[in-house]
Design a protein around this ligand. Structure first.
Ligand code: AHM
Ligand code: MG
Length: 334
């Protein structure tokens, strides 16, 4: 068989009854928007898109020009297709309805338009993360509350990583598959069907500079990893931290590892840094579909009932056996 484009892959998923035509169109539109974002990101300083936008988002974080541009690209691409009821974004206070000029569909789309934005100005990988939910039956004017569904109800999720090559990694609940952007042809080509995360690993990803703020179970878990071969874990561990979740998760999908962003004492009121709806849920779906695991230290992330659109959560995800150890230490500590 020759090359399988994303379009063909999606048609095959539709024929097999895994997705319907609307969801196929939605994913194609998200992929098209990601191509535009990839184009803007790759222009760098030549595109005049680096630096701060001079605005802040709802969580009080300074927005980069590319955060704002990527958000606009995704909104614009998705509003007229007729497949969506509303969109929600890490960069917008509330969900955005589809303008009345266009027909409405049955899906809700959530995205982090440009994740890892601290890496934009230094030419390190960034990415787009997306999640698709069904609009609850009978709801014609979706509000924020209609997005508050557990991650286990996602019908599709994925990310695009803008790295040395641009790759889109997708799940519709039938495994996790990777597509590489062929820039000459302008299309995503299937380059890895059924990604599998090794169950064991010797690599962890965490921002170690926060160590003094961690709670006891985290001190125990990472402390043991650092003890290496002669410690209780009996092997030497290596560490990587890109500070772009997409790049760190992509590495883990490719060769295994555990990614951790714990809750800590620096900000005890915040249950973690990462966002449940835009980051943790879609990444957990992708990771579980590749045979990995994802918890908040205590429970499976996909089982959590969100209370707010911009809710934060602690994240432990990646190689199954490693996530299990970290989660067990948290549960044992109570
Ligand atoms: P962002 O959505 O504002 O870009 O923040 C999320 C990013 C993740 O991609 C990454 O894992 C994390 O923040 C890095 O945090 P830190 O700078 O604390 O290491
Ligand atoms: Mg983000």
């Amino acid at each position: 068989m020759g090359q399988v484009s994303l379009a063909r892959f999606l048609i095959e998923q539709q024929r097999a009854g895994h997705i319907n035509a609307d969801l196929r169109l939605l994913i194609e539109v998200v992929a098209r928007a990601c191509k535009s974002i990839a184009h803007a990101v790759s222009k760098g300083a030549l595109g005049g898109v680096l630096g701060d936008a001079g605005t802040g988002n709802i969580q009080g974080e300074a927005q980069k020009k590319l955060d704002v541009l990527s958000n606009e690209i995704l909104l614009e691409a998705n509003e007229w297709g007729g497949h969506l009821a509303a969109c929600a974004s890490e960069e917008m206070d509330h969900c955005q309805p589809i303008p009345n000029a266009y027909p409405k569909g049955n899906y809700l789309l959530l995205f982090d338009p440009l994740d890892g934005s601290s890496n934009i100005d230094v030419n390190i990988s960034v990415g787009t993360i997306f999640s698709v939910l069904r609009c609850p039956d009978g709801v014609t004017e979706p509000q924020d509350e209609h997005f508050l569904q557990p991650g286990s109800t996602q019908v599709a999720a994925g990310y695009t990583v803008y790295g040395p090559s641009t790759m889109l990694v997708l799940t519709v609940g039938t495994g996790t598959h990777a597509f590489t952007l062929d820039r000459e042809q302008g299309s995503f080509v299937l380059t890895q069907r059924d990604m599998r995360i090794p169950e064991d690993t010797k690599e962890f990803a965490i921002n170690m500079s926060n160590q003094r703020h961690w709670f006891e179970p985290m001190q125990r878990y990472v402390g043991e990893l650092l003890e290496g071969r002669t410690g209780p874990r009996g092997k030497d561990f290596n560490m990587r931290w890109v500070a772009s979740m997409v790049a760190d998760v992509h590495r883990i999908l490719t060769r295994g590892g555990i990614f951790i962003y714990p809750r800590d004492r620096k900000d005890p009121d915040k249950p973690g840094k990462l966002r449940l709806m835009y980051e943790a849920n879609p990444m957990s779906f992708v990771v579980e579909q590749a045979g990995g695991a994802a918890t908040n230290g205590y429970e499976r992330i996909l089982d959590l009932q969100p209370a707010q659109l911009h809710e934060r959560v602690a994240v432990f995800l990646g190689s199954k056996n490693e996530v299990e150890v970290a989660t067990r230490y948290h549960r044992e500590a109570g």
